[in-house]
Design a protein around this ligand. Structure first.
Ligand code: GLA
Length: 383
């Protein structure tokens, strides 16, 4: 990191901060519906280095982008085209200023990553959190972890324009080694739950390019809000879609129509699966946890319709291997990655080779395969 900063700005940074990527372990499209989700911070992430400038210029460089972005602090607005990666840090700066944080001078900013963009582990949330922690360190702001999560989500919702829930930012901020993060998304309560010994996480990225990911996500978001509006008529006390029972959804099938029923059933059953998984984790029942993961994927496939052939192929193949407890798409869907929960026997070279070559012969592209463990959450790097 220091070398990219030095090469770009011919001096050393004043502060540095780190934020990890995340695995969405269970709880698919439940976060913005007020339910429960489980995720893990991974041991790969993003580092941001910052140094203050005397003028109002912000200069941003990245190890994965060709050109630097130069923008006046008082003129920050969303960018388009190849410099759009800078919208994540710029969004955080803009929201922090809007909320009264006194950021009055420009800075030199460099970002490096061990988390490949498009790996399905939310490099965008990691970039937001690393930026927020670096800015706080540079200015001496003391900001609670939960507030950091909210600021970064707001940056993504309002500046980037992606109506995501709190999962990615929450897990990146609250992650801890050997723990899952459990979020009650309605109350925004964060808890850590230990991962039983002997579990392994494997990520398989489809590397599928899907141009419509953002609009498909927004469409699902809209369908869930509409379904909730209809279901609330029969349940005036309900505060969010995830708190409605699947049985009620089935009962109100007619009023909802086919599509909204399917979306709402996915969310309400998925919320139930998360609670069941929490119990199973406490009891060390990895077989049950695994079957809940696979059930989640089948629900994505049949009900939420946010899977695709590549994801289905990986889940089908993986769940046929001994040593795999369960597998599911992780994240928004329509491409992205599959997470598999396995025991220690699964990760042999021969297994991975087979999965890779079968995938290549079916889809003509190479999947990216990572073994990852639950790592620490976001924060400043104290040199
Ligand atoms: C993306 C969003 C999250 C969440 C998941 C689906 O990762 O950023 O907020 O909605 O999709 O569960």
């Amino acid at each position: 990191m220091t070398s990219l900063f030095y090469k770009s700005f011919h001096r050393l940074p004043d502060v540095r901060a780190y934020a990890p990527g995340r695995i969405e372990f269970l709880g698919n499209h439940v976060d913005y519906n007020g339910g429960n989700v489980l995720g893990a911070a991974v041991d790969l992430g993003i580092e941001v280095a910052l140094a203050a400038r005397d003028d109002g210029e912000c200069r941003l460089v990245s190890d994965s982008a060709k050109d630097p972005v130069v923008i006046e602090l008082d003129r920050i607005a969303p960018l388009t085209g190849p410099v759009a990666w800078a919208n994540y840090p710029l969004g955080v700066i803009s929201i922090m200023r809007e909320e009264g944080f006194a950021i009055r001078r420009g800075f030199d900013f460099a970002v490096t990553s061990t988390l490949p963009a498009g790996a399905g582990m939310s490099s965008s949330a990691a970039l937001e959190l690393a930026t927020a922690y670096a800015l706080a360190a540079l200015h001496g702001f003391h900001v609670e972890r939960k507030r950091m999560v909210r600021l970064c989500r707001k940056a993504e919702n309002e500046f980037v324009g992606m109506p995501c829930g709190i999962l990615d930012q929450g897990v990146s901020a609250f992650g801890a080694p050997d723990h899952l993060v459990h979020i009650d998304c309605l109350t925004e309560t964060f808890n850590r739950t230990p991962i039983p010994a002997g579990c392994h996480f494997w990520m398989f990225n489809t590397n599928k390019k899907h141009a419509l990911v953002d609009s498909s996500y927004s469409e699902r978001h809209r369908a869930c809000s509409e379904a909730f509006r209809i279901l609330k008529r029969a349940n005036p006390g309900a505060r969010c879609l995830a708190h409605i029972s699947p049985e009620t959804v089935v009962k109100m099938r007619e009023e909802l129509g086919v599509e909204r029923s399917k979306r709402a059933l996915h969310v309400t059953e998925e919320n139930r699966r998360v609670i069941q998984a929490l119990h199973a984790l406490r009891g060390g029942r990895l077989d049950i946890v695994g079957s809940l993961l696979t059930a989640s994927h089948r629900s994505s496939q049949m009900l939420f319709e946010n899977s695709c052939d590549e994801l289905d192929h990986l889940v089908d193949r993986l769940t046929a291997f001994p040593g795999v407890y369960g597998a599911r798409l992780s994240g928004g869907g329509f491409g992205g990655a599959v997470v598999a929960l396995t025991d220690e026997t699964f990760g042999q070279e021969s297994n991975l080779k087979r999965i890779k070559s079968e995938y290549i012969s079916q889809f003509g592209i190479e999947p990216t395969i990572f073994h990852t463990r639950a790592g620490k959450g976001a924060g400043p790097i104290n040199a």
